[in-house]
Design a protein around this ligand. Structure first.
Ligand code: ASP
Length: 310
């Protein structure tokens, strides 16, 4: 019988007035997701079910950029991406730029368990969701005032042109993607990641969150990883799988592997990166190269840990 453990994140990146104002609510959201996932593990449920449950709690929470509360693309619409991976058999499921699905992580899990495919996108993913009666919601359900304001501000900045506003200001990103990694009693690891993407991004953009090996990876022989930050950098560095390789082939422990990949290998990158990882003994690795990362973990016999800043 293995020790059980779970870690979750709710995005890493710039700090903002909004985050400071709702710090307590964010922390409570992380805590609730941890509790929901931990309960599954405690009742001898699987790591796959635990990460799905934790991510669902964050997708349903309008403060985070996944499910309800997703960022709006350049057309002012919500397109979501999510993935899940089972470290026991390396099976995975993912969806990209899907609309109206209440919990994209659950659709990813259904694809993993019930189809011969690994990855469905856009209309095809929505058709499959309808076929299997996954909960759907109207467009308005996903759009929060906060995300609408961020989108409107970005549009205005774009319109005013980079001559008037420092480029760094335009590029500031307030990532709120969510993810979870878990270890169950059977010693199986799993990871899941879910996102609304980046505010005002090109229609049809797919970041790292649904890309297995980049924003999500799990393998019982090494670790489970969920990433957040600038998707384009995370895809470029094949981040989650690189952490696994650093453990398997460089023999680093989980924290060292996260540090090596984020800080040494990608230290020159200008993008925001945050990762959570868990090894088969239930040790947690957390690294972020930016101002804050909404994060938390819970291990057997220990009090839950929840933090946003350093
Ligand atoms: N990684 C996500 C993406 O690029 C954004 C985030 O982490 O908030 O789509």
């Amino acid at each position: 019988m293995s020790k059980i453990a779970i870690a979750v994140h709710g995005g890493a990146g710039e700090d903002s007035e909004f985050i400071r104002k709702y710090k307590k609510e964010y922390e409570e959201g992380i805590e609730r997701a941890l509790e929901a996932g931990y309960k599954i593990l405690k009742e001898n449920g699987s790591a796959v079910d635990a990460v799905e449950t934790a991510v669902k709690a964050l997708e349903d929470n309008p403060l985070f950029n996944a499910g309800r509360g997703s960022a709006l693309n350049a057309d002012g619409e919500v397109e979501m991406c999510a993935s899940i991976m089972d470290g026991k058999n390396l099976n995975s499921g993912a969806v990209a730029i899907v609309k109206n699905v209440k919990n994209p992580v659950s659709l990813s899990k259904a694809i993993m368990l019930n189809t011969n495919y690994r990855y469905l996108g856009a209309g095809g993913a929505l058709d499959y969701a309808k076929k299997i009666n996954i909960a759907l919601k109207p467009d308005a359900y996903f759009i929060t005032e906060h995300q609408y304001d961020s989108f409107a501000k970005k549009r205005k900045e774009e319109f005013l042109d980079s001559k008037e506003i420092a480029l760094s200001e335009i590029n500031k990103k307030y990532h709120g993607t969510v993810g979870a990694v878990a270890l169950d009693r059977e010693g199986n690891l799993a990871a899941a990641t879910s996102t609304g993407g980046t505010s005002n991004c090109k229609v049809g953009r797919i970041g790292d969150s649904s890309v297995i090996g980049a924003g999500c990876y799990a393998n019982n022989r090494a670790c489970a990883v969920s990433a957040t930050g600038d998707g384009e950098f995370i895809v470029k560095s094949v981040l989650a799988s690189s952490i696994r390789c650093a453990m398997q082939y460089k023999k680093l422990n989980v924290q060292e592997a996260c540090e090596f990949v984020v800080s040494d290998e990608n230290g020159d990158e200008k993008g925001d990166i945050g990762v959570i990882a868990l090894d088969p003994e239930g040790n947690v690795g957390i690294v972020f190269n930016c101002k804050r990362m909404h994060r938390g973990y819970r291990m057997e016999g220990r009090k839950p840990f929840v933090k946003i800043y350093e």
